[in-house]
Design a protein around this ligand. Structure first.
Ligand SMILES: [Zn+2]
Ligand SMILES: [Zn+2]
Length: 563
């Protein structure tokens, strides 16, 4: 193999989520992050999305290890599911390790040996010299990855922002970034999430002031919801509760697990004592502040169950307040607004980032990105972590920042970073897998095609009993599952069965012996008989049972009166 340095993303380019990047030098490669994503309405019933790691699995002997930049689901969530197959060394910081351990425990999977490293410590992953450089984000211990290669230095930013007062964890290590960049950086591979947002992302400290004032004005119960991993925000909300004489109650397992992981790593020293769920109902209403899971309206989360009146221990009522201290994720508005509506209908006040300052983003806005480009001054820039519109905006942004070579990369493309000019050399298979019944299935496959069709158009099941010459032995059975309204279908069912019988019996000898041709004839007849418009395409499933002469003879013997 020709010696060169390449970058290939298996996820993270064109979507926010599923982050998974491969850096290769010579015949070894290193994986950076391995995250999950959340499915849209095109994948009905899917719970989680995973990157397609077939290329890695087919080249396992080349995989030197996996480096995890931080503990967000979109960066490490896929690891427990792929672990059986990967079984490579994993490097991460203590907090990511604490979170990963709990994930493996919760899924009852065998725990991998993690190589826990602190920011600033050098470690080697195959041919790469690596170092975590601490950056602020919406979770403790987020890191940029500083990579030394034979061809020069790469800074892979991970998820980052500049927060002058992050409140939990250290500041962005700007001196380390500047020092790393001093002798020149070959490539900056960088977060694109907020590239369209002018200015700066703001500080957690500002949210702490604002949220505190907001809670102080409330008289009923207050529930605050945010991402379970946003440890600083949970502390902010808890302190706002404490400052206003409220006990802090944790509702939802994922928050509890994340707080445990944070405490294990030495964070949250100021956190007030936390009460069990059951306390929510026993305390006077103006003496309780709940930290609740479900900021994105996740179907099984505590807040969704509370709003539906289905939570076993926690209720909210008119005069209470729910504060969504989180981003309204584009694409998720409908789900989330339905939850807001449900709460408002019950007389509960809903506060979001749209009507009060209750959230700051964990990703860099334009002014912060400008700073990064000035510190690093890369020769090559590769936008990552974004939908196509973010990546494209970042592409233009990097050009404006004077970067010599900006590369618009897509998932699967093998980008040669060095030697020579950056160039896409080829492609590896990529795609998305969905979690179904504990296993991973391709999102492009048969399963979701059929599921989408059935959801949209319903289905009809036709059962035929034929002898081996194709004579119809019994009236066809037809089941209508959501294809037509029963009032319209039921009166027609018998006539349709007759039409199907006639259509099958009219087939020529050769056709009637061929199951697939019989099925086609039944489908065409059914559509025509029901007068379905062209755009209405219910799934028509035809089952054929062909009785053999032996079976027919046996049936005749056993049937009284037939003979
Ligand atoms: Zn993140
Ligand atoms: Zn991320």
């Amino acid at each position: 193999m020709t010696e060169m340095l390449t970058l290939t993303a298996l996820g993270g380019l064109g979507e926010i989520g599923l982050n998974c990047y491969l850096y290769a030098q010579g015949d070894r490669f290193m994986m950076v992050d391995c995250g999950i994503g959340f499915p849209d309405e095109l994948l009905p019933g899917a719970e989680l999305l995973f990157p397609d790691l077939r290329y890695v699995e087919e080249n396992l002997e080349r995989l030197a290890g996996l480096v995890v930049t931080h503990a967000h689901e979109d960066h490490l969530g896929a690891i427990p599911y792929y672990w059986e197959r990967l079984r490579c060394p994993v490097w991460c910081t203590p907090f990511a390790a604490a979170v990963l351990r709990r994930k493996f425990e919760d899924l009852e999977r065998e725990l991998p040996a993690l190589r826990v490293v602190e920011p600033g410590v050098t470690f080697e992953v195959g041919p790469f010299g690596c170092r975590f450089l601490h950056v602020t984000h919406s979770i403790p211990e987020s890191n940029a990855l500083a990579i030394e290669t034979r061809y020069g230095r790469i800074l892979h930013t991970g998820d980052w922002k500049l927060d002058p007062a992050p409140l939990v964890g250290a500041d962005t290590d700007i001196p380390a970034i500047e020092e790393f960049a001093r002798d020149g950086v070959l490539a900056l591979v960088a977060d694109s999430t907020n590239v369209m947002v002018p200015g700066t992302s703001g500080s957690e400290a500002e949210v702490r002031d604002s949220l505190g004032q907001l809670v102080a004005r409330k008289t009923g119960r207050v529930a605050v919801t945010t991402f379970s991993s946003n440890i600083a925000r949970l502390e902010t909300a808890a302190l706002a509760g404490q400052a206003t004489g409220r006990d802090v109650v944790v509702v939802g397992r994922s928050i509890r697990r994340m707080l445990e992981a944070a405490k294990e790593c030495g964070y949250l020293r100021e956190m007030p004592p936390l009460r069990e769920e059951s306390a929510a109902q026993h305390l006077p209403r103006d003496r309780v502040l709940m930290l609740v899971t479900g900021s994105q309206g996740e179907p099984r989360s505590a807040l969704v169950r509370i709003a539906a009146g289905q939570h076993p221990r926690v209720r909210l009522e008119a005069g209470d307040t729910v504060i969504f201290s989180s981003k309204i994720i584009p694409g998720n508005e409908r789900t989330l607004f339905a939850l807001h509506n449900q709460l408002i209908d019950a007389g509960i006040e809903v506060v979001t980032e749209e009507d009060h300052f209750v959230h700051v983003s964990g990703h860099p806005c334009q002014e912060e990105m400008e700073q990064m480009y000035r510190w690093v001054r890369p020769r090559i820039a590769v936008p990552m972590h974004g939908e196509p519109r973010h990546l494209f905006a970042h592409f233009r942004f990097a050009q404006r920042m004077g970067v010599e070579k900006v590369v618009a990369l897509r998932n699967g493309q093998i980008l040669r970073l060095a030697p020579g000019e950056p160039e896409v050399l080829g492609e590896v298979p990529t795609g998305r897998f969905a979690l179904e019944n504990g296993g991973l299935v391709p999102s492009e496959g048969e399963l979701f095609r059929v599921r989408r069709r059935v959801l949209q158009h319903g289905s009809l099941f036709v059962t035929l009993v034929l002898d081996r010459y194709g004579s119809v032995l019994a009236p066809p059975q037809i089941a209508n599952l959501g294809a037509l309204e029963p009032e319209r279908f039921d009166p027609l069912a018998e006539e349709l069965a007759d039409a199907i019988t006639r259509a099958v019996e009219a087939l020529e000898d050769e056709a009637v012996m061929d199951d697939e041709r019989v099925r086609e004839a039944v489908r065409i007849t059914t559509r025509q008989f029901l007068g379905l418009p062209r755009q209405k395409r219910p799934l028509i499933d035809v089952r054929i049972t062909r009785l053999t002469p032996e079976v027919l003879a046996a049936l005749e013997d056993e049937t009284p009166g037939v003979r």
